[in-house]
Write a protein that binds this ligand. Structure first.
Ligand code: AMP
Ligand code: MG
Length: 422
């Protein structure tokens, strides 16, 4: 069951004679899609990478009992000596999961382990390393403070407080946090479904022999990887041959089953007539020229209810356009509302880079800390849009904005880390 994801393409779109800036394209995409709304309940473990649909409110205090932060001895803070030493009788033991049932009177102490409930009438724990023990008696000096080494009930989370907000993609710590509240099931948004296929008569699937001029279809592998990491449900529809029937069937099937369709190849002007024709018939599509390198052409629109992203064919362009445009748009459709943090840093560029002004460029880089701890980045070498090894050997994009005309060694540049994104 699909709920409505309305895709609205702006009336300002053109068939490609004006260039959009990277930021304009991002804004238009964000404004054109809506998040999924259907909610389902899943077991906590199945909620990893899913998008939280309702607040998690704590039904209890965490910790639920005031307990010891150390192995040591529990006693009354008022018994601590202001100077000199004081002696106490050890009257019992409190273990994590096995509380001391009695009350601690003045002059008494209870041997206590980390996590054990603080016995009644005591409020202070002395570390065992600070105690001289002699049989059933201990002696302590005057360096201690009332209340020390004790974790108060509710100090982490209080009953009724909101622990997690909707719109968060759940990470391992969230699963633990939810479990720590005794909650077994969580409400999440239904998974976004994304169909993808490649177009191009020269494409062969892995396992097939290569004829003259053929290439193996690598884009379906990178797109598979990028979608998997994002946490969507994906549908791999293979290579679609350039016939009217195949193209039309592929788009219809994709639109019936998916919220979004990602294709690669065939978006250059004058290419793949059946693709354009079919898209015009089944939906609305605009071909955008984006002032960027690599990855200039991008088709965006809708096929039925599904959002459509037509990426360029060149393997590096596919990845750059996916990360810059498709990923943030799909995140929005998935219902993620938390901003992505920690993916952009500044670093010293170790080499020079030539660049044309008026477009954003995304050379691939390798970012590494220097001996003094500062960050430095170098380009991964040849940057052709067909050179996929430039992505494979990289750990970041060097983001050079439209105004930049060149980078001189030693300049500070903005770097977008793959870590976190991929
Ligand atoms: P296109 O955008 O269709 O003109 O393709 C540009 C270049 O990317 C051509 O050299 C294509 O052979 C190549 N290409 C297109 N699709 C794929 C694919 N799925 N895997 C690998 N290379 C591709
Ligand atoms: Mg092609």
């Amino acid at each position: 069951m699909k709920d409505n994801i309305t895709v609205q393409t702006s009336c300002q779109d053109t068939h490609g004679d004006t260039s959009l800036s990277v930021d304009e394209a991002k804004e238009r995409l964000a404004a054109s899609v809506k998040p999924v709304t259907s909610v389902e309940s899943v077991a906590v473990r199945s909620a990893l990478n899913r998008i939280l649909a309702a607040e998690i409110v704590s039904p209890l205090d965490v910790p639920s009992h005031t307990n010891s932060a150390m192995d040591g001895y529990a006693l009354r803070g008022e018994d601590l000596p202001a100077e000199g030493t004081a002696e106490f009788n050890v009257t019992g033991t409190a273990l994590a999961g096995s509380p001391y049932e009695g009350t601690v009177s003045s002059g008494e102490t209870v041997r206590i382990m980390t996590g054990a409930v603080i016995p009644d009438s005591s409020d202070t724990v002395i570390m065992q390393e600070h105690v001289e023990r002699d049989g059933d008696r201990i002696r302590i000096d005057s360096r201690h403070r009332p209340g020390q080494n004790v974790r108060q009930a509710g100090e982490d989370i209080t009953t009724g407080s909101t622990v997690l907000h909707p719109g968060k993609q759940l990470i391992p710590a969230d699963l633990g946090l939810i479990a720590s509240l005794g909650i077994a099931e969580v409400k999440v948004l239904r998974s976004l479904r994304v169909a993808f296929f490649s177009t191009g008569d020269e494409l062969r699937s892995v396992g097939e022999p290569l004829g003259k001029g053929d290439v193996y279809d690598s884009n379906r592998y990178t797109i598979f990887g990028m979608l998997s990491r994002l946490g969507v449900e994906y549908m791999d529809m293979g290579v679609v041959r350039d016939t009217r029937e195949d193209v039309e069937n592929a788009f219809s099937e994709a639109a019936r089953n998916a919220d979004a369709i990602v294709t690669s190849g065939g978006v250059s002007v004058g290419e793949a007539d059946y693709v354009t024709e079919t898209l015009d018939k089944l939906g609305t599509v605009n071909f955008w020229k984006i002032a960027m390198k690599p990855g200039r052409p991008l088709a965006f629109g809708n096929v039925g209810d599904a959002a459509f992203f037509g990426l360029p064919g060149n393997p590096v362009s596919v990845m750059v356009t996916f990360y810059q445009f498709v990923r943030p748009t799909l995140r929005r459709m998935m219902g993620i509302t938390t901003p992505e943090t920690g993916t952009t840093v500044h670093a010293t560029c170790l080499g020079g880079i030539r660049k044309r002004s008026g477009r954003t460029e995304f050379p691939r880089g390798f970012l590494e800390p220097q001996q003094d701890g500062s960050l430095a980045v170098r380009s991964t070498g040849k940057q052709g849009s067909g050179i996929l090894s430039s992505m494979s050997h990289a750990n970041c994009f060097i983001v050079l904005d439209a105004d930049t005309t060149k980078v001189t060694p030693g300049d500070t540049v903005t770097v977008q880390l793959f870590q976190g994104m991929i």
